[in-house]
Design a protein around this ligand. Sequence first.
Ligand code: FAD
Length: 441
Amino acid sequence: VFPPCASDYYQFDDLLTPEEQRLRKNVRAIMEKEIAPIMTQYWEKAEFPFHVIPKLASLGISGGTIKGNGCPGLSLTGSAIATAEVARVDASCSTFILVHSSLAMLTIELCGSEAQKQKYLPSLAQFRTIACWGLTEPDYGSDASSLKTTATKIDGGWILDGQKRWIGNSTFADVLVIFARNTTTNQINGYIVNKGAPGLKATKIENKIGLRMVQNGDILLNKVFVPDEDRLPASIPFRIQARLFIVVACFIWVVIIGGFGFIFTQLQSSILEDLNSFSNSLFITNNVLQQVLAVSRVMVAWQPIGISMGVYDMCLRYLKERKQFGAPLAAFQINQEKLVRMLGNVQAMVLIGWRLCKLYESGKMTAGHASMGKAWITLKARETVSLGRELLGGNGILADFLVAKAFCDLEPIYTYEGTYDINSLVTGREVTSVAGFKPAP
Ligand code: FAD
């Protein structure tokens, strides 16, 4: 039986709306009753429990903040709290949901046309179909924007060629959102590849030490055809289209009239500036991608919060129940210090996570905010689960006692969605205005 939640020491619940509190309670109850009893067994087998998908659907969180097309339209705070509650009981389940919802569905919502949203989102929101999100490649992980998978235009669609690595849910996903580079324009777009497309192959990555229930795959794309209607459009904002129209009109006027050297010189700089913003706008998909990553980094930051909450709950119960030297483990001062350090970490993590959500909801969150949150929270969670592992002694290395499982599950979370280092560099660039991603020449 999963221990009662004891980690809300600073009564964080008071900061939530009644709706968010209800959501939290509901998700906690379903996870503790339906998922907790089976998860260790599936984690050990490294299999995904397909039979629990209807139960995960009953959480009502697939699609998160997306409004319409059958999605729940939750606040970011609500969505984040739900993520923590899922991760408190099982991190693999929360990763399964985040890849499907906060990465794949959100990309379709932000980069897709109305027709694409209507076609894909309703069944994804019900988990009738499952999605994955393929950005990382074997040779491009942290440096994902250098990706090499290509999209070549042919009549009626596109041909995708390349490889993806680590893609969660990819071995069974119905809808695969794949990022590829246009061979003519160099632009990166998302392409929706449907399960069973000729030339598509996903092979499970074996022997993971964490998130073992999640099916991560190596994807091979060998001349996979994607029809035009399944390419996520890279729309050029109207403002830039209008400015470009004015610039081109001025340019033609100057060339036709000729001889107006002075006017031409004056216009030239404005033309170059607008052409520059036009060329930036060609990479609008990349910008939207940053938006997707910023939101999903907030969501991912709530996974270590949930994991730490679950580990604290486990440890508190264990220390009260187990006796050594004639006294419960909880009676030893050293153990109390560790327990309180864990509890303090959870309070600080929750408050940073909560503030991130509020910054996002008020339109003030930057990429640097999201990255620092993800980086710092996973760092603190690593300390928290490690203390928990210690407190359980030998049982701290057995998956059955959940703390060891949580300890292992945190490792991939520290690395995915931007490693600790990369997220620190994103924030570092924002606060110093100097990018530190490349080694000195
Ligand atoms: P590398 O980029 O090779 O980095 C290795 C080390 O070098 C890291 O410590 C890193 O911080 C450091 N490093 C790299 N560049 C720099 C730099 N400029 N400055 C300082 N340090 C640097 N991807 C998807 O697209 N979809 C998924 O669903 C998905 N799921 C995943 C699930 C799991 C379990 C895992 C482990 C990964 C998943 N990923 C997914 C991929 C994940 O996002 C990458 O693993 C991550 O971005 C790191 O890339 P890499 O593994 O290639 O490491």
